[in-house]
Design a protein around this ligand. Structure first.
Ligand code: XIL
Length: 400
């Protein structure tokens, strides 16, 4: 019997008994590449549901039993700088002992007990980092470049002294490039401090090279020779309609600068915050091709924060907060088809040796960050499980 018939029989049997069909087919087993998930932990509180239900490591959370579908885990928030760094600047000799690992360690020990691999998010990011990290004796109360570099090195060293080779992949730098100006991100204190120090043009990316050098050095010194180091961003997969120069072009400038300066980078993470109808799988596939080799250096691509909003700019819904039940029903079917097309394309890129991991940014719709972004308090449906933690059509098409 064909697999599709089996799925139909299972679905029909479930309906006949008046109960929803169960998610008995393990998602990651259906794909040749690892399929990961961002795990909401003690610090994750998106949407308007309780933190307790959001915290998937809490065995009482309805999300907990859905973790079985994924073989790679990333902390949605719990390994970010703000989550592990102290509230105020530590003294130089007290740096690592001031860190708080409680929430990050919960995920690490769950992963180890359940034979899951880990993806680290994130070492260096302008966002979700304590203010003190960027303050000091420089321009307008900002840190000088020397102060910043010392802290970056201390932070990276501290993380690798703690986790060594336990975490297989790390996002070393995230969201470095601006989405409008065609240069380094203007609302980043990293960029400001580089500019304060008189850096011009691409040399404003010097801190990114340093971050990769420190990450490689301290990973290697602590048994993490196999840890792979990634640069991640959003909107780098394609040229936007009507734009002469897109973020993808500046991202390429950055990656070339890293390669030319021998930064020890292993790959590029496309965040993959896509929207239905707006981001076609073909375009994303071309983006993967474009970055899988840069200036003669091979780069592994990972899709590291995949979710697909049902609100589409193509349909002028950028600011909408709701949609009718009829439209939603249609969207959920289209969403499923999109997920399948993306995954089929990912599989092709995997077979071409260009992509080796896909990670979905959240488990169930009710806890997705997209319920607050880019529009606060709107109900979105971007994931594989619904607000009642039941499998959506998108799940069924991916396990077929
Ligand atoms: C988001 C989390 O999902 C939210 O819970 C948090 O409030 C804000 O950050 N790009 C990233 C992620 O690199 O770290 C972001 O995660 C989503 C966008």
């Amino acid at each position: 019997m064909k697999k599709t018939s089996v799925v139909c029989i299972v679905l029909l049997a479930g309906l006949f008994h008046g109960c929803a069909p169960k998610d008995n087919i393990i998602l990651h087993e259906k794909w040749p590449f690892p399929v990961g998930v961002a795990v909401p932990g003690a610090r994750t509180n998106n949407g308007n549901l309780s933190v307790k239900t959001a915290d998937a490591l809490n065995t009482g959370s309805p999300q907990h039993k859905l973790l079985k579908h994924f073989n790679v885990l990333a902390a949605e928030n719990e390994m970010k700088p703000y989550a592990i760094m102290p509230a105020s600047i530590p003294s130089e000799n007290n740096w690592s002992s001031s860190y708080n690992w409680i929430d990050a360690d919960r995920l690490v020990s769950y992963a180890q007990k359940n034979s899951k691999l880990l993806r680290g998010h994130v070492l260096i990011w302008h966002d979700q980092t304590p203010a003190w990290f960027f303050q000091g004796n420089g321009t307008l109360g900002r840190a000088t470049i020397e102060e910043l570099y010392l802290r970056m090195e201390n932070h990276i060293k501290t993380v690798f002294e703690k986790y060594g080779g336990t975490i297989a992949w790390w996002d070393v730098c995230n969201e470095v490039v601006d989405h409008t100006s065609g240069g380094p991100r203007q609302d980043s204190n990293y960029t400001r401090i580089m500019q304060d120090a008189g850096k011009l043009g691409s040399d404003r990316y010097e801190y990114v090279v340093k971050a990769f050098e420190w990450a490689r050095k301290y990973a290697d010194l602590n048994g993490g020779q196999n840890v792979k180091l990634f640069l991640t961003d959003y909107g780098i997969e394609r040229r936007f309609p009507g734009e002469a120069r897109s973020k993808i072009d500046e991202f390429e400038v950055l990656v070339k600068y890293l390669v030319d300066n021998n930064a020890p980078i292993d790959g590029i993470g496309f965040q993959g915050h896509f929207r239905l109808y707006d981001h076609t799988p073909e375009e994303i596939g071309r983006g993967i091709d474009r970055f899988s080799e840069v200036n003669g250096k091979k780069m592994m691509i990972q899709i590291c924060e995949l979710d697909i909003s049902v609100y589409s700019n193509t349909k002028n819904e950028a600011n909408n907060t709701d949609m009718s039940d009829d439209i939603l029903k249609e969207r959920l079917t289209d969403l499923a088809a999109f997920y399948r097309e993306y995954f089929d394309m990912f599989e092709q890129k995997y077979r071409e040796g260009k992509l080796d991991l896909v990670l979905i940014w959240g488990i169930a719709d009710g806890h997705s960050w997209l319920n607050n972004h880019p529009v606060t308090d709107r109900t979105d449906h971007p994931l594989l499980f619904d607000r009642k933690y039941q499998p959506k059509e998108a799940y069924w098409v991916l396990v077929k």
